[in-house]
Design a protein. Structure first.
Ligand code: TYM
Length: 320
């Protein structure tokens, strides 16, 4: 199995990123090959502030390492350090049907939210396809919202292969479990653009305040409630132990409790869950040269693979 995934440095990681993606990266890092990158070229479509983008990129590397990504097992690098991918994107763009990209939900959503409709935003899935194909990845762990983009990648790779002969490996999107769509503090999908996130390394006091403000329904305390469809319970179950989860589910079904109690339990469980990573993060952040060294080494390893694939693709379509 050859695994690849990318994550954008658009701010600090939230629980959706962790439970929907990062946790899977770590579970899969001992595969035959595992490539994980910080998608700063994708982030440039929304982060238009140079200093912020630089800082978010460094923070992303520190966060991933603190959360358990092991650079001795996986290749960790920054997307823009592998220019071969941008060149490969052009090869794919020449055959990318407008209609296919127009159907992409992420683009439509961002446009509706008022982001300027730049060509980079529109062609974003083609860059993502190049990312995946450049490493011959067959498995791409992502949250539910990215599955459509992996379908686009399969389409583009399939038609290139059809026209120019077998060149690319067709990947599969991998949504590992039911945390593929983590709810935010308003019950909608957790997303930075919806302003409903709980960050992984947020100040615990700040996070507790946010948790206490989570939207809940106004049913009376006595009434029994279904745990599985309640976003608050869903969040709790991500950070709770098995025993805590079972106890809370029983409490929901019995009724006679207040959401305030659940929120407090959620804040406590979150602090325990991310505590060890928080301590590791503090150590890593104190050694920036080491982080830069890891990223430089990752980029060199990634480039070796990507340049092989690029050479293959250029030869196939008559550029070499
Ligand atoms: P990005 O940076 O938006 O998100 C990173 C990962 O987090 C997942 N995710 C969620 N999962 C569950 N519930 C949520 N609420 C939630 N919010 C985010 C996303 O599904 C994603 O897996 N285009 C990609 C980055 C990328 C990429 C790639 C991914 C660029 N090139 C190649 C895979 C392969 C993105 O914007 O992810």
């Amino acid at each position: 199995m050859r695994v690849l995934s990318g994550i954008q440095p658009t701010g600090r990681f939230h629980w959706g990123n962790y439970f929907g993606a990062i946790r899977q990266y770590i579970d899969l890092q001992s595969a035959d090959a595992a490539y994980y990158f910080i998608a700063n070229l994708h982030a440039l479509t929304t982060v238009r502030d140079a200093a912020a983008l630089k800082q978010y990129t460094l923070d992303a590397a520190i966060d991933l390492l603190a959360l358990g990504l092991d650079p001795n097992q996986a290749v960790l690098f920054v997307q823009s350090d592998v220019p071969e991918v941008s060149e490969l994107m052009w090869l794919l763009l020449t055959g990318a049907p407008m209609g296919l990209l127009e159907r992409c939900v992420a683009y439509k959503e961002k446009k509706e939210k008022g982001l300027p409709a730049a060509a980079g935003l529109f062609t974003y899935p083609v860059l993502m396809a190049a990312d995946i194909l450049a490493y011959d990845a067959d498995t791409v762990p992502v949250g539910q919202d990215q599955i459509q983009h992996i379908e686009v990648c399969r389409d583009l790779a399939g038609s290139f292969n059809h026209l120019f002969g077998e060149t690319f490996v067709l990947p599969k999107g991998k949504v590992l479990d039911d945390s593929a769509k983590v709810p935010g503090t308003d019950g909608e999908k957790m997303s930075k653009s919806y302003n409903n996130t709980l960050e992984v390394f947020e100040d615990p006091k700040q996070q507790r305040k946010k948790i206490m403000r989570i939207t809940t329904d106004s049913r009376p305390m006595e009434e029994p409630k279904q745990p599985d469809t309640d976003p608050l319970y869903q969040l709790f179950s991500l950070v709770a132990t098995d025993a805590e989860r079972a106890e809370m589910a029983a409490l929901y079904l019995r009724g006679g409790f207040g959401y305030g109690e659940v929120k407090k339990a959620l804040a406590d469980a979150a602090e325990r869950f991310f505590g060890p990573a928080r301590a590791r993060r503090a150590d890593l952040a104190a050694d920036e040269p080491r982080i830069r060294e890891i990223l430089a080494d990752g980029a060199a390893r990634a480039r070796r693979q990507a340049s092989d694939v690029l050479r293959r693709a250029k030869a196939a379509c008559g550029l070499q």
